[in-house]
Design a protein around this ligand. Structure first.
Ligand code: SF4
Length: 467
C-alpha cells in the first residue's frame, strides 16, 4: 500500500515518523510524497499548545476530499494529540479510521493489517509506559541536518502546564550500546553531526551511565564532528554535563536551557523544580568554563508569558532575567491551557490581549539583545557547517550553514568563490560549479547580521583572522 506521513511538532515526532516509516517499509508498504496516490495518510501530531491541535484539525478537514475521491482508504492520527484525544477524535470525525499514541508505534503494521481486514475505526493508546526500545528509524542515504538520535523518551517531571507526561508517559532511557550503534552507523553513512534528543535529554540514565558519560561515548565515535542535544531541563543540568560540553571536542558549545519564567512565584506554580537563582548559577557556571577562551558559545531558552496568576511584577522579573542572561535567542510563547493539566484549572487565567501585549514586549527585547550579540561577530572569522544548498534561477546557488553554537549563517550571494581559491582540506570544493556540499565545514568572515542570522563570505585558509 502507498502511504504518506505528515509530521507536526517536535524533534521527537520527526524521529517517531522515521520509525513508523521504517516499520511500514519493512512490511512492504511504500512511502509516497504524492497525496493523490496515497492509500493511507497518517498525521503524526503535537498537542503542546491549542494552536498545534487547531492545525491538525484543519489538516484533517482538508484531507476529507482525498477520502471522497476514493484513492485514500485510511486516515489516521498518531502522536500526542492521538494519545490525548483518543476516541473523542473518532467520535467527532466520522471519516477517521485510526487513532494511536506514541507508545503504539510498534503496533503500526498489525493495525494496518486490521484496517485492511475491514476493522475501523481502530484506537490504540497503549504502550506509553511500557519499556520498549525505539524502533530504528527508516534509513535514508540523503545527508540532511539536523539528524536526530533519540536517547530517551517520556518525562518524569510534572510541569503544571505540560501535556507531555500524559501523552508520552514516564522517562525511559535507551541502552547506550543501541544508541552508539545507531550513531556509528550514521557517521559511517557520512553524517558529521548528530543531535541527541529526549523530552528531558540531560536526565538520561541507564545502568549507571549518565548523560555526561553518554556524551563522552558519542564523542569517541571516529569521524563524528559535531554533537548537539535537546531538550535539557535546568533541574538536571549538572556540572559534569557542563564540564563535558567544555571538555569534549565534538560537543557543540550550544546550551538550550528552557527557563520558562523569571519569577520564583511563577516557577513554583509551574512546578519547574528550580529557582531563578539556581538557574542563573548554572548559566554562570557554563559561561565561566569559556571565559578565558575565544571559542564562541551560545545560551538559548524557552519562555512562557501569561501563566495563570502572572502579575505585571512577575512578568517584569522575566524581562529582567532576560536582560541579565542576554540570551543569544529565545523561543517565546503565550500560555496555552491544555485540557488535563493542572494549570488549565488554575484561577487567575490571564486574558489573551494581555498575553499578547506581554509576548510583544518579550520578543522586542529579545530581538534587540540578539542583534547586539550577533553584531559582536562582525569582522570575525567563524567555523560553519553547510546545512542547506539551494539553487534558484533568481539567486543562483545559496548556502545556509550553522555555527557550533547553533547560530544560522547565510553565505552572501556574491560570495561565490573565485575559481582559484582553496578551502581547508575537508571541503570538497567543486571548482567547476563553485558548489559546496551539505556537511562541508569551512571558515567564514562575518560581513553583516540581523537578530536572527549572520551573513558572511568563505575565507581562504591564509586569510583567517580570529579577533
Ligand atoms: S520537563 Fe516539563 S515541560 Fe518538559 S516535557 Fe517534562 S513536563 Fe513537559
Amino acid at each position: 500500500m502507498k502511504y504518506h506521513i505528515q509530521s507536526f511538532g517536535c524533534q521527537m515526532n520527526v524521529y517517531d515518523t522515521k520509525s513508523l516509516m521504517g516499520l511500514l517499509n519493512s512490511a512492504g508498504h511504500e512511502f509516497t510524497d504524492n497525496l493523490d496516490e496515497a492509500e493511507m495518510i497518517l498525521l503524526n501530531t503535537c498537542a503542546i499548545r491549542e494552536g498545534a491541535e487547531d492545525r491538525v484539525r484543519g489538516r484533517i478537514g482538508q484531507l476529507k476530499r482525498f477520502k471522497d475521491r476514493g484513492v485514500l482508504q485510511y486516515l489516521g492520527v498518531c502522536g500526542c494529540m492521538g494519545q490525548k484525544e483518543g476516541r473523542r477524535l473518532t467520535d467527532s470525525v466520522s471519516f477517521l479510521d485510526l487513532v494511536m499514541g506514541p507508545g503504539a508505534i510498534g503496533n503500526i503494521v498489525s493495525l494496518v493489517d486490521r484496517l485492511q481486514a475491514g476493522e475501523r475505526p481502530l484506537i490504540d493508546l497503549s504502550g506509553i509506559d511500557d519499556y520498549f526500545d525505539e524502533i530504528p528509524p527508516v534509513e535514508t542515504d540523503e545527508i540532511t541536518y539536523p539528524r536526530f538520535v533519540s536517547i530517551m523518551r517520556g518525562c518524569d517531571k510534572r510541569c503544571t502546564y505540560c501535556i507531555v507526561p500524559y501523552t508520552r508517559g514516564g522517562e525511559h532511557s535507551r541502552d547506550p550500546r543501541i544508541i552508539l550503534q545507531e550513531a556509528e552507523s550514521l557517521v559511517q553513512k557520512g553524517f558529521k553531526e548528530i543531535t541527541l534528543i529526549g523530552q528531558t535529554v540531560n536526565s538520561y540514565s541507564y545502568d549507571g551511565v549518565h548523560f555526561a558519560n553518554l556524551l563522552e561515548m558519542v564523542n569517541d565515535i571516529p569521524g563524528i564532528e559535531r554533537i548537539r542535544f535537546a531538550t535539557s531541563h535546568p533541574g538536571s543540568a549538572t556540572r559534569d554535563m557542563f564540564d563535558a560540553m567544555a571538555g569534549l571536542d565534538h560537543v557543540c558549545e550550544q546550551l538550550h536551557l528552557p527557563v520558562q519564567a523569571g519569577s520564583n512565584r511563577t516557577l513554583k506554580r509551574m512546578k519547574r523544580g528550580y529557582t531563578r537563582e539556581e538557574y542563573l548559577e548554572k548559566i554562570a557556571y557554563f559561561r565561566s568554563l569559556f571565559k578565558d577562551s575565544d571559542i564562541p558559545i551560545s545560551v538559548t531558552t524557552d519562555i512562557i508569558v501569561g501563566f495563570p496568576g502572572e502579575t505585571e511584577e512577575e512578568f517584569e522579573e522575566t524581562l529582567d532575567l532576560m536582560r541579565e542572561v542576554r540570551y543569544d535567542a529565545a523561543f517565546m510563547f503565550k500560555f496555552s491551557p491544555r485540557r488535563g493539566t493542572p494549570a488549565a484549572e488554575m484561577p487567575d487565567q490571564v486574558d489573551e490581549v494581555e498575553k499578547s501585549r506581554r509576548l510583544d514586549r518579550l520578543i522586542k527585547l529579545q530581538q534587540e539583545v540578539s542583534k547586539e550579540v550577533n553584531q559582536e561577530f562582525l569582522g570575525k572569522t567563524i567555523e560553519v557547517m553547510i546545512e542547506r544548498v539551494s539553487h534558484t534561477l533568481k539567486h543562483g546557488t545559496t548556502y545556509e550553514a550553522r555555527m557550533r553554537t547553533g547560530r544560522i549563517v547565510k553565505l552572501d550571494q556574491d560570495s561565490k568563490l573565485d575559481q582559484d581559491s582553496k578551502f581547508d582540506q575537508d571541503s570538497k570544493f567543486d571548482q567547476d560549479s563553485g558548489q559546496h556540499q551539505v556537511g562541508d565545514i569551512l571558515n567564514v568572515a562575518v560581513t553583516r547580521c540581523t537578530s536572527y542570522s549572520l551573513y558572511g563570505e568563505p575565507v581562504k585558509e591564509e586569510e583567517i583572522y580570529v579577533a
